[in-house]
Design a protein around this ligand. Structure first.
Ligand SMILES: N[C@@H](CCC(=O)N[C@@H](CS)C(=O)NCC(=O)O)C(=O)O
Length: 233
């Protein structure tokens, strides 16, 4: 793989992290460029149709947006293969990869709740996708630790960032949901410990994620120790 890759990112974006996990799992060298969410540069707006990150720049002349398209592109151009060889398994993997948007929405809207009441109501909606995923893990026909067995795959890369964000939330305000789904909990533990996942973010990702909540004035941010709201409580 001789192309030069540059990943445009916000520091805590889980969708960028998904692309970074694939790059790491394939040991592809890349640069990461953090742009200011509140002041997105013109060159970025020109290559990101819906103005979101990630965008993967290739050799300074091509650019791809959408994390799934980026992951599938990297899968086609670089070894090792992360998708299963069997077409049916591959299709199942893609279907569950699409389902990540359901979990992502449940997790992200909970983290961004504006009040404790809203937080509690939104957190209750995480149980449904957790249940479906736990069931899928039960039917996958292997012992893990990843979705397809011992090898990290594109499904794993899609879910890891959101299961990690759930875990960050759980540490600030224990949610007691994942404990009801032992297969999912084991998958989450394996994903968070995976070398490609650990190398996919800044080392201080949890603190950066907390800072983002505080900067956005979200209720969960008030539970971060050292914030004005916590100090006043
Ligand atoms: N479907 C997109 C979602 C990307 C996305 O939502 N990125 C967020 C940051 S994590 C973003 O850029 N949001 C735009 C904004 O905040 O205005 C993908 O998979 O790449």
């Amino acid at each position: 793989m001789t192309a030069e890759f540059r990943l445009c990112s916000f520091k805590t974006c889980p969708w960028v992290q998904r692309a970074a996990i694939v790059l790491r799992a394939k040991e592809i060298a890349y640069e990461i460029e953090y742009i200011d969410r509140d002041n997105r540069p013109a060159w970025f707006l020109a290559i990101s149709p819906h103005t979101k990150v990630p965008v993967l720049q290739i050799d300074g002349k091509d650019a791809l947006f959408e994390s799934n398209a980026i992951a599938e592109y990297l899968e086609e151009v670089a070894a090792p293969r992360l998708h299963p060889e069997d077409p049916l398994q591959r299709a199942r993997n893609r279907a569950w990869t699409d389902y990540v948007t359901t979990l992502a929405s449940a997790v992200s809207t909970t983290a961004y709740a504006d009040s404790e009441e809203e937080f509690t109501a939104r957190a209750a909606r995480i149980a449904e996708p957790f249940g479906k995923l736990d069931e899928a893990l039960g039917k996958r026909g292997n012992a893990g630790p990843y979705f397809n067995g011992p090898k990290l795959s594109l499904v794993d890369a899609a879910y890891a960032p959101f299961l990690q964000r759930y875990t960050f939330m759980d540490r600030l305000r224990p949610l007691g949901i994942i404990e009801r789904y032992p297969r999912l909990a084991a998958w989450r533990d394996a994903l968070i410990a995976a070398p490609a996942v650990r190398a996919s973010t800044v080392p201080e990702i949890e603190a950066a994620w907390q800072e983002n909540l505080i900067a956005r004035g979200r209720w969960l941010g008030t539970l971060v120790s050292g914030t004005a709201a916590t100090a006043a409580a």
